[in-house]
Design a protein around this ligand. Structure first.
Ligand SMILES: [Zn+2]
Length: 319
């Protein structure tokens, strides 16, 4: 069994997107309830706030000002889908802070892996723009922290959310220390992530057509994405864990099942064990059908728990 820590914060429930918005507080409630129920022994840690300096490694001042200056009451829109409420700054700071704290824990050997159950999600936010329900790019700020604080040379971000992580890609596409790998549905928001988008050779996108199911998903990961990850030999592995590829999700049309997320997570566990002493930091991204989200998160955490170091690492970080 791997040592896995959970990170969350009640403030993440206070980001109020308004009536009928798919990215609702009930999502996080569902994930926490299901994971608590399935793994009552899992230790949970309250996420700290990210600091301004940590955010500024990835984001510019204007975005910090926009996100951290909420309306006194009611909500404002940063774009048609992306809402700011009085509780949003605290939620956003705790969501980013979870990834930072999880990075510290796995790098210091306090855990093998960590699952950050947070919202708002992050992977669409770019250096200067909040979009697609995302205020800050939680996982990008965490990865930037790992690079700077621990002097890592190779960090990978695996994104299995049904949407392309345009923000994460844009932030790192000229930084060869970061490999970004994504499978996603083609032809939907944010309309990026073509296979031809390769950055500095450190971006691997595998778009899947609407209606693709387990077989197509596992095939691209088995034959293309996982071999690229293995060749890169990451010292630390991040996962943008979105469960909206599930067949029940209302926002997209892939036909995946919770077992697919469990399968991929187990494969990632083997790779992390081989190259990264088992170190995985996973952060919740999308997933908008509550029951699918519950089952996907449980399959994912179950595989994280089953993973961990199985062979001695040959490649420790410089620090
Ligand atoms: Zn998504």
């Amino acid at each position: 069994m791997a040592r896995v820590l959970g990170y969350t914060h009640p403030a993440c429930l206070g980001h109020d997107t308004g009536e009928g918005h798919p990215e609702c507080p009930e999502r996080l409630g569902a994930v926490l309830e299901a994971v608590h129920e399935a793994f009552p022994e899992l230790e949970w840690i309250e996420a700290p706030r990210a600091t301004r300096g940590q955010l500024l490694r990835v984001h510019d001042d204007r975005l910090l000002a926009a996100v951290l200056t909420p309306p006194v009451r009611g909500t404002t829109r940063l774009d048609p889908d992306t809402i700011l409420s009085p509780g949003s700054p605290e939620a956003a700071l705790r969501a980013v802070g979870a990834g930072i704290a999880a990075t510290e824990a796995v790098m210091h050997g306090e855990a093998d892996a960590a699952f950050c159950a947070v919202r708002p999600p992050g992977h669409h936010a770019t250096a200067d723009t909040a979009m697609g329900f995302c205020l800050f790019d939680n996982i990008a700020v965490a990865a930037a922290h790992a690079l700077e604080r621990f002097g890592l040379a190779r960090v990978a971000i695996v994104d299995f959310d049904v949407h392309h992580g345009n923000g994460t890609q844009a932030i790192f596409e000229q930084d060869p220390r970061v490999l970004y790998l994504s499978s996603h549905q083609s032809g939907i928001f944010p309309w990026s992530g073509a296979g031809s988008e390769r950055g500095a050779g450190n971006i691997v996108n595998l778009p899947l057509a609407a209606g693709s199911g387990s077989e197509a998903f596992r095939k691209v990961w088995r034959e293309q994405l996982l071999p690229a990850l293995d060749a890169f030999a990451p010292q630390l592995l991040y996962v943008s864990a979105g469960f909206d590829g599930d067949r029940r999700d209302p926002l997209a049309q892939l036909q995946l099942d919770p077992a697919d997320f469990g399968w991929l997570t187990a494969e990632l566990g083997l790779l992390a064990a081989r190259h990264a002493s088992g170190r995985i930091v996973s952060m919740l991204e999308g997933g908008y059908a509550l029951q699918a989200l519950r089952e996907g998160a449980v399959a994912h955490v179950s595989a994280l728990l089953a993973g961990g170091p199985q062979e001695p690492s040959v490649d420790n970080p410089a620090s």
